[in-house]
Design a protein around this ligand. Structure first.
Ligand code: ZN
Length: 243
């Protein structure tokens, strides 16, 4: 089985389309949430996800906030403005799709959560943050999103520490049976690790191999749509910076 790993699409249909063009040969998709928020095309992104074969998707904080199930108090002014903009534009179908997303998903060969586990919306940005998730996750690898940074963490079962590895320039690694992994494939629609290209992954369960890759897309086209939608200028400016 090969899985396409996608996360933090953030209503960026150009980035999602470029990513999916690189994932035409996978058997199934895993999405770690934040389909909407920040970007100008929430409905198109939800529609595209719904058309994918064998998709398992969990909810992100922006998905939940857009349907009123997560407090706007948790967000900065720019994020909040975009969430309110999104919420006003969700169709009944799109809303009901977001309402149907769970906070976690457990498969025989993968576990999904947006931020961390069991604190779903916590951020894993350092090995110490990852330990609670390593101790609680039922299956390895655990796939996450939320930080918009492509990287992975490793832990030997029983050990009280983990190590972290950047995947800023992509990676291809053989998963070792004696290690557990938390993997963030990075963000498709709004990378924040200094590389503006859409970030995604491929997980081959048979070969026990994990890849993280990048896809370039038409950032100015997305910026134009964001300007027309009057989304916050800060969100428009950060796309080409990848920060
Ligand atoms: Zn996000």
């Amino acid at each position: 089985m090969t899985y396409g790993l996608i996360s933090d699409i953030h209503a960026n249909i150009e980035a999602l389309t470029a990513t999916l063009a690189e994932l035409t040969s996978v058997d199934a998709f895993l999405c770690m949430g934040d389909i909407v928020g920040y970007g100008p095309d929430p409905i198109a992104c939800i529609d595209r996800l719904q058309s994918l074969p064998n998709l398992t998707c969990v909810a992100g904080n922006h998905d939940l906030a857009a349907i009123g199930r997560y407090s706007l108090d948790w967000f900065n002014d720019f994020a909040r403005a975009a969430i309110e903009w999104t919420g006003e534009r969700l169709t009944a179908d799109a809303r009901s799709y977001l309402e149907g997303l769970d906070l976690t998903a457990e498969l025989p060969d993968a576990f999904l959560v947006h931020g961390a586990y069991p604190d779903h919306m916590e951020y894993i940005v350092a090995p110490a943050d990852a330990m609670g998730t390593f101790e609680s996750m039922p299956v390895s690898p655990c796939f996450i999103g939320h930080t918009h940074v492509a990287e992975y963490y490793r832990n030997r079962k029983g050990a009280r520490h983990a190590d972290s590895h950047s995947a800023l320039l992509g990676c291809s690694i053989a998963l070792k049976p004696d290690l557990r992994y938390i993997v963030n494939p990075g963000s498709i629609g709004q990378p924040r690790d200094g590389n503006p290209d859409a970030s995604f992954g491929i997980y081959d369960t048979k070969a026990q191999r994990l890849e993280i890759r990048r896809a370039s897309y038409d950032i100015p086209a997305v910026q134009r749509k964001m300007r027309e939608a009057r989304l916050p200028q800060h969100l428009i400016d950060r796309l080409p910076r990848g920060r």
